[in-house]
Design a protein around this ligand. Structure first.
Ligand SMILES: Cc1cc2nc3c(=O)[nH]c(=O)nc-3n(C[C@H](O)[C@H](O)[C@H](O)COP(=O)(O)OP(=O)(O)OC[C@H]3O[C@@H](n4cnc5c(N)ncnc54)[C@H](O)[C@@H]3O)c2cc1C
Length: 425
C-alpha cells in the first residue's frame, strides 16, 4: 500500500523523497497544476542557520501593535485579521518570553544546521541545479543602534557553533564590491560563512525529477478534501472524485495544513504570514553581488539567483489573501535603490516580476514534524520563514520517525504532541 504526501512544496517533495529512499511506495497529491507553486515558489532563496531566531522574539508585541497604525511597517498586523488570530496570536505572544525564545533558538539552530548538511549532501549526490551559492550571507547595518540589536543574537549563535565575522566598511566592500557606492553609509556588517542560497522552486523541480525516476508518483490538480479514519487509524483520503487507500498520510500542505486536520480535531497552530518578492532579470547588468545581502533595519534582502536578482521583504498577517499590494512592491524597489543604486539604475522596475506567498507560521517559532494522535497520520508543516533552510532536515526527521529509527538530532522539540512545558517560563 502507498503512503500519500499531501502538498508538492518544499516539505512535501523532500518528505516524499526521503520516504521513498527508505523503501516506501509514495504518491504526492497536489491541488495546483505543478510542483512548488505555493510558498516555495519565489522565496528569498536563503539557507540560513544564521536566522534560526523565531520571529516572536521578546518585545515583538510592541512592534505588532505599532504596525496597526503604520501600513509600511515591515512586519504588519492587519486589524481585520485579528479575530482569526486570537488563539494562535495569544500563544505567539506568550512564546515570545526571553527563556522560551532562547530555548527555541537553540532547537531551531540544531535543525537548521542539520538541514543545511542534508541539503548539501543531496545537492552534491545528484548534482542538482538550482543556482546554488555557498559564499554565505551578509547582513549590513547603517548605524551602531541597528548593529546592537543583532549583537546578542549573533553572539548566542556563535556560541552554539555558527561561524561568522564582523566586518568594517572596507571589509564589506572587498567581500561585495557592488556595495562600494554606499560604503560611507555603512557602519558594520556580519558575514555568515556557512549560509548558502539557491532557488527553492528549481530545487523542488530537480528533486521531484529524481523522486519520479526512482519510482515515486505525483498527481496534480487533486485537492485533498477529507481524511478517512477508522478505529483511530488512517485508512485513506478523499478527493472530489475518488477515495484513495493509504497506509500513511503526511500533511505537508503549508499554511493550509490546519484546515485539512480540523475535522479530525487535530489542532495545528499554524497561520499564514504573507511575504512579497520581486524577481529581476539582470542579463547584461554590471556590478552584480555574488551573495545575498540583507539590511536588517530595512528588513529587505537581495539574493542573486543565476541571471536574476530577487528582492524580498515584509511580513503581513493578512489571512489567506494573496493579492499584490503595489505600494509594498514599489517600496521593495526603493530599498533596492538604496542598497545597490548603480545596479538599480540599470534595471527597468516594470520588468520585475512581483509575487506573494504565505509562510506557514507556527505559534512558537518551531516547525511541527512527526506523528499525530491518529495512527498513520503525520505532519510536516509550520516551518514559517525558514522552510527552505529546514526542508531537508525536517524531511529526514519525519522519515526516521515514520520508520521508527533513531533520528540523527533530537526530534522532540518539533513534535506535534510536544508538551507545552515551557509555557510557564
Ligand atoms: C516572501 C517569502 C520569502 C521566504 N524566504 C525564505 C528564505 O530565504 N529561506 C527560507 O528558509 N525560507 C523562506 N521562506 C519560507 C519558505 O518559503 C516556506 O516556509 C516554505 O516554502 C513552506 O513550504 P511548504 O511545503 O510547507 O508549503 P508550500 O510551498 O506552500 O506547499 C504546500 C503545498 O500544499 C498544497 N496544498 C494545500 N492544500 C492542499 C490540498 N487540500 N490538497 C492538495 N494539496 C494542497 C499547496 O498547493 C502547496 O503546493 C520564505 C517565504 C516567503 C513567503
Amino acid at each position: 500500500m502507498t503512503d500519500l504526501v499531501i502538498g508538492a512544496g518544499l516539505m512535501g517533495i523532500t518528505s516524499a523523497y526521503e520516504l521513498l529512499k527508505r523503501g516506501r511506495a509514495v504518491t504526492i497529491l497536489e491541488e495546483l497544476d505543478g510542483p512548488a507553486l505555493g510558498a516555495s515558489y519565489a522565496n528569498a532563496g536563503m539557507l540560513t542557520p544564521s536566522m534560526s531566531d523565531p520571529w516572536n522574539s521578546p518585545g515583538v508585541y510592541k512592534y505588532l501593535v505599532k504596525s496597526l497604525f503604520n501600513p509600511s511597517s515591515s512586519m504588519r498586523l492587519r486589524l481585520n485579521t485579528i479575530p482569526t488570530l486570537l488563539g494562535w496570536g495569544s500563544k505567539f505572544l506568550r512564546y515570545s518570553s526571553e527563556p522560551y525564545f532562547k530555548a527555541a533558538l537553540k532547537d531551531n539552530f540544531n535543525l537548521t544546521s542539520y538541514s543545511l548538511t542534508k541539503t548539501k549532501e543531496i545537492a552534491e549526490r545528484y548534482d542538482l541545479k538550482y543556482c546554488r551559492k555557498s559564499e554565505g550571507t551578509l547582513s549590513i547595518f547603517n548605524t551602531q543602534e541597528d548593529f546592537s540589536i543583532k549583537e546578542n543574537l549573533y553572539k548566542s549563535l556563535n556560541k552554539m557553533g555558527l561561524q561568522c565575522s564582523v566586518l568594517n566598511p572596507d571589509e564589506i566592500v572587498s567581500l561585495v564590491p557592488s556595495l562600494s557606492s554606499i560604503s560611507s553609509k555603512l557602519y558594520k556588517g556580519i558575514h555568515y560563512h556557512q549560509d548558502e542560497s539557491g532557488d527553492a522552486h528549481l530545487f523542488c523541480k530537480a528533486l521531484l525529477k529524481k523522486f519520479l525516476e526512482l519510482g515515486g508518483q505525483v498527481k496534480y490538480g487533486v485537492p485533498l478534501k477529507s481524511l478517512t479514519i477508522a478505529n483511530n487509524k488512517i485508512i485513506g483520503i478523499n478527493t472530489d472524485s475518488e477515495h484513495i487507500v493509504a497506509s500513511n498520510v503526511v500533511i505537508a500542505a503549508g499554511a493550509n495544513s490546519p484546515k485539512l486536520l480540523r475535522a479530525e480535531k487535530v489542532n495545528l497552530d499554524v497561520k499564514p504570514a504573507k511575504g512579497y518578492s520581486l524577481t529581476i532579470n539582470v542579463d547584461g547588468v554590471s556590478g552584480l553581488p555574488a551573495l545575498p545581502v540583507l539590511n536588517d533595519a530595512m528588513n529587505v534582502v537581495v539574493t542573486p539567483l543565476g541571471n536574476r536578482l530577487r528582492l524580498v521583504g515584509t511580513a503581513e498577517f493578512a489571512g489567506f489573501d494573496l493579492s499584490i499590494d503595489k505600494k509594498r512592491i514599489a517600496s521593495l524597489f526603493e530599498m533596492f535603490k538604496i542598497i545597490y543604486p548603480e545596479v538599480a539604475s540599470q534595471v527597468d522596475p516594470d520588468s520585475a516580476i512581483p509575487w506573494a506567498g504565505l509562510r506557514p507560521m507556527s505559534c512558537d517559532g518551531k516547525p511541527f514534524i512527526g506523528a499525530t494522535k491518529i495512527k498513520g497520520l503525520y505532519i510536516n508543516s509550520g516551518q514559517g520563514p525558514l522552510g527552505w533552510t529546514l526542508a531537508m532536515g525536517s524531511a529526514n526527521l519525519l522519515a526516521d520517525i515514520m520508520f521508527d529509527i533513531p533520528t540523527e538530532i533530537d526530534a522532540r522539540p518539533f513534535s506535534l504532541l510536544r508538551a507545552h512545558r515551557n509555557m510557564s517560563m
